[in-house]
Design a protein around this ligand. Sequence first.
Ligand code: NAI
Ligand code: 15L
Length: 261
Amino acid sequence: MGRHLLLTGASGQLGRWLAPELAAGGHALRLSDIMPFPDPLPAGASFVSADLADGAAVTGLAEGIDTILHFGGISVERPWPEIVGPNIVGTTHIFEAARKTGARVIFASSNHTIGFYPRGQRIDTDAPYRPDGYYGLSKAYGELLGRMMFDKHGVESVHLRIGSALPAPGEARHLATWLSLPDLLRALLAAIDAPRTCFAVVWGASANRDGWWQGGDGPRLGYHPQDDAARFAPLPEPGEAEARRWQGGSFAALGKDHDPA
Ligand code: NAI
Ligand code: 15L
């Protein structure tokens, strides 16, 4: 059944790939970003420019929408003042809009919520958060916001903890963290189509033989990844020694001056 979807972050790397794929699935698509959409609009799609930090604008974006795919915001480690508006205030606006309209939120969360687990340690989605910087912390906030919004207000959400969403893995870390673009689409379609999600956390990873992440709500929602980074092995391991210790890689190493081990 065609849904009315809102995709924030539409002008970003993943948004540009997702927009035509979602439109091809017969969904009515409202795209939004603070930057212009650089590609021809897919059939059935419209574009609305908005800053996520503008609450009234986000409320307007969500009108008539049944599923919000929230991909907008700062996507790398940055100083706190740059993160807080787009990722903390902006994600709060998205969930407040969903509370008003009854929309489901699918949140582009990140492996950087747990980036300070050592590489090789297998963890489930209920492992305590170990964010590797302000960016990862902002994604943990988004997940906890979803938890509260379901428990208190019944807002449904799916938090896709994306590893490394790329056309192909390029370094050894990606043998564990890779999410192929077709698997990204599979995960989103499962999250859109599931009759009921409640609050859900899904590993945004392919079926990687060498992965670190297990469990989560993916199978319950009908997400069954089909790719495996192992077919690209071996891959080079760039970066400093500190980055090679942690699941979050270079994000964890950035500015680090203490050993938590
Ligand atoms: P990206 O940086 O290419 O796209 C993010 C988009 O958000 C940009 O187009 C930017 O203009 C927009 N944006 C930033 N601030 C905004 C604001 N205040 N108001 C409205 N729009 C704003 O990032 P990418 O790679 O496409 O990732 C998309 C989402 O997925 C991000 O939320 C990112 O954190 C998340 N993610 C991506 C991963 C990946 O491997 N690409 C891994 C884990 C999470
Ligand atoms: C992320 O959360 C980033 O948005 C993306 O640019 C990648 O760096 C990815 O994580 C990763 O950890 O590989």
